[in-house]
Design a protein around this ligand. Structure first.
Ligand code: 4NP
Length: 163
């Protein structure tokens, strides 16, 4: 698909559990990538969590600091995925199998259409041969860098798959 200016924007929602570590990082990596490629105007990009604990909060400072070292700015505030997201986003990308199942369950119980394509971000990996983006929340600082490494790989792969 070529990105023409007259085309409708492509909307992408990255989803994890808390929306303070993995999905805000994926969102910021994707925003930086499309900026670099001059594609900013072709996309709507957002992130959300399946859980509600951190609604309104900035991303975890450990993730923001690890991202800043790569010149990636994480600016998002946490929100919870809701039934409207299934009608509004072309792509909903889950960080792990548990997020994926929770999104499918929510879709079954609440979504009114089959509009969004729901996938796991790791389906688009090429370098990092891991099936899920591991939850870094309860681990050490190195876990945040590892998440950024595997997300840079799979987020690139996702853009290539639709571009
Ligand atoms: P995330 O990480 O899903 O990558 O945002 C987590 C953040 C918080 C919690 C779990 C995972 N928590 O249990 O509060």
């Amino acid at each position: 698909m070529k990105f023409e200016t007259h085309m409708k924007k492509i909307s992408v929602l990255f989803v994890c559990l808390g929306n303070i570590c993995r999905s805000p990082a994926a969102e910021a990596i994707f925003i930086k990538l499309i900026e670099r490629k001059g594609l900013t105007d072709s996309f709507i990009v957002d992130s959300a969590g399946t859980g509600s604990w951190h609604i309104g909060k900035k991303a975890d400072s450990r993730m923001r600091i690890a991202a800043e070292r790569r010149n990636i700015n994480i600016l998002s505030r946490a929100r919870q995925i809701n039934s409207k997201d299934f009608d509004e986003f072309n792509y909903i990308l889950a960080m792990d199998d548990s997020n994926f199942r929770n999104i499918q369950d929510l879709k079954k119980s609440e979504a009114s259409t089959d509009f969004a394509s729901i996938k796991k971000i790791q389906d688009f990996r090429s370098v990092f041969n891991v099936k899920e983006v591991p939850d870094p929340y309860f681990g050490g600082d190195e876990g945040f860098d590892y998440v950024l490494d595997i997300l840079e790989d799979s987020v690139n792969g996702f853009l290539e798959s639709i571009a």
